[in-house]
Design a protein around this ligand. Structure first.
Ligand code: SF4
Ligand code: SF4
Length: 219
């Protein structure tokens, strides 16, 4: 799931200040699950902006709408009539949603209300953990399906670094597990520890083709 968090209010106020009529556009999928951009969050941000603008005595109009997925053009299209009514759009979607909206509504400023942070897993209520950095050449077959690229603070392909703390915590952040301790434990359980005895050369970042595009072929 794509994880995002709301930008600071001051930044949102500053970027939207020149525009009298605004649409706050929510996204009903990933960012709703991580409490950053669903219908409820649109309502909260709209109230905060109305209050801020009201106390400044500014004439303004703030519209609200949420679609299921802003990253799909057909769904973003549902916002067309509302977008036509406003001077700018504040998108409560991830960066993909913001850019999808920008492709469709070329003549309208589309601003992000969120900071898109990582691809993660819900660990428990209100906590999400980064699991993948979309590196383009998945390494999980060699690491017991624990990603050292994002879960090791140093992104080591040959670990651990030598600084691992007692109890298996990371040298950099004692609150977090050392990814290489997790890898070690999993490989032992699976009888595949020989994978840790191999040397892996530096990652070839040419596998990450940017800008990426994939044409999936249906089976
Ligand atoms: S190795 Fe790359 S693709 Fe695989 S989980 Fe890690 S970052 Fe994601
Ligand atoms: S302690 Fe473990 S997770 Fe932390 S930087 Fe070293 S190898 Fe990576």
């Amino acid at each position: 799931m794509i994880i995002a968090e709301r930008k600071p209010m001051e930044e949102i106020k500053q970027v939207t200040a020149p525009y009298k009529k605004l649409l706050l556009a929510g996204c009903g999928t990933c960012v709703t699950v991580c409490w950053a951009g669903g219908e409820k969050e649109v309502g909260i941000l709209a109230s905060q902006l109305r209050l801020a603008r009201g106390t400044e005595g500014k004439d303004h109009a703030i519209l609200e709408a949420t679609v299921e997925r802003q990253c799909e053009k057909e769904m973003a299209e549902e916002l067309r009539s509302k977008v036509a009514e406003v001077d700018a759009v504040l998108s409560l979607a991830c960066g993909i949603g913001v850019q999808t909206m920008a492709e469709i509504f070329e003549d309208k400023p589309i601003f992000p209300a969120l900071n898109t942070t990582f691809l993660g897993m819900p660990e428990k209520e209100g906590v999400w953990v980064e699991m993948c950095g979309a590196c383009g050449d998945c390494f999980l077959d060699r690491t017991g399906s624990v990603c050292p690229i994002v879960r090791c603070a140093k992104g080591l392909l040959n670990g651990p670094c030598g600084g691992t703390r007692k109890g298996g915590k990371c040298e950099i952040d004692p609150q977090k597990d050392c990814a290489w301790v997790l890898i070690h434990r999993r490989l032992i359980k699976q009888g595949r520890l020989y994978l840790m005895e191999k040397y892996y050369p530096p990652k070839n970042f040419r596998a990450v083709k940017r800008p990426g595009k994939i044409q999936a072929i249906k089976a």
